[in-house]
Design a protein around this ligand. Structure first.
Ligand SMILES: Cc1cc2nc3c(=O)[nH]c(=O)nc-3n(C[C@H](O)[C@H](O)[C@H](O)COP(=O)(O)O)c2cc1C
Length: 279
């Protein structure tokens, strides 16, 4: 399945059917979580693990925002904007892999009990390290639990509370293409890639990503290149995650339109610039 189709298929799911995923599926996802594409080598990479939801969700670990989930992804990430952008990028890359496998998810940055998920994450890391506490401490240093997501299969019908929440968050509404992206038509290869950014999840569906497209002539041979310069229209604790998600949709869906990009060196992680490498 093309990544553009996976992006169109993804929606936040908050009502699960109470069943566990098969062991084989869990093992595959755990493998995927260890081999994610990287946006910015050199920043503190996030650590994502799959944990058992029993004893977390059952005791209102998500304040009732999620029901019926038996397993969760839990992410520990670094503290700078660049670290959080990276975390947004890698977590969304995993969410898209999971969506492609027909499994539902929901980014959760606010409505979860950090202490409970932290405990479950530490337990998973300790099991993995054969109980070696010092090794775990060293591995997760400089990171804290930032995002979780239930993973599982939805119930056929959404709960009333979920339908209300989607309406309040205007979850099904996206800003018009022209309000987000300047100097590009939606009906072009780059426009179709940016449409995939428009469909990205964002905290409270705030859709803070904006982009301006320009053309430049690179020295020494005056080669014409396209520059896509992103910026973020809001501040707040989740804005860097939202930007990382946008870059993920942008870069991962570009090959569907035969587009390739390099990051303009030295650009701000909250306002990344991408330069075309194929004209
Ligand atoms: C960084 C981030 C944090 C989020 N935190 C929460 C949360 O705490 N609780 C929740 O129910 N949804 C949360 N969401 C999900 C958004 O509300 C959802 O993505 C948005 O409404 C768009 O809906 P969609 O994902 O179905 O396209 C979060 C999304 C992102 C990207």
């Amino acid at each position: 399945m093309k990544i553009s189709e996976v992006i169109k298929k993804r929606h936040s799911c908050r009502t699960y059917n109470g069943l566990r995923l098969e062991q084989q599926t869990i093992e595959r996802l755990q493998g995927d979580a260890r081999q994610l594409p990287v946006l910015q080598p050199g920043v503190t990479a996030p650590i994502i693990r799959l944990v058992d939801g029993d004893g977390i969700e059952g005791k209102l670990g998500t304040y009732g925002s999620i029901t019926g989930a038996r397993q969760f992804l839990v992410m520990a990430s670094g503290t700078t904007d660049a670290d959080k952008v990276e975390a947004g990028f890698e977590f969304e890359a995993l969410i898209l892999k999971i969506t492609a496998a027909d499994i539902a998810t929901c980014w959760i940055g606010g409505t979860f009990r950090r202490d409970r998920f932290s405990e479950a994450f530490d337990r998973a890391m300790l099991d993995e390290a054969g109980g070696d506490y010092e090794k775990v401490k060293e591995k997760i240093a400089g990171r804290s639990i930032s995002i979780v997501s239930p993973i599982g299969h939805p119930t056929p019908k959404k709960r009333f509370a979920e339908r209300v929440l989607r309406k309040v968050a205007k979850a099904d509404k996206r800003k018009p293409f022209a309000d987000l992206f300047e100097s590009v038509s939606p009906d072009t290869p780059l426009g179709r890639v940016l449409e995939n950014v428009r469909l990205a999840p964002s905290s409270t569906n705030s859709q803070p990503w904006r982009a301006t497209i320009t053309e430049e002539y690179l020295k020494p041979d005056n080669k014409k290149v396209t520059i896509v310069k992103f910026r973020c229209a809001k501040s707040g604790q989740f804005a860097p995650f939202d930007m990382g998600i946008a870059y993920c949709h942008f870069l991962l869906s570009s090959p569907d339109e035969n587009l390739r990009w390099e990051i303009v060196p030295g650009c701000d992680p909250m306002a990344m610039e991408f330069r075309s490498v194929n004209g």
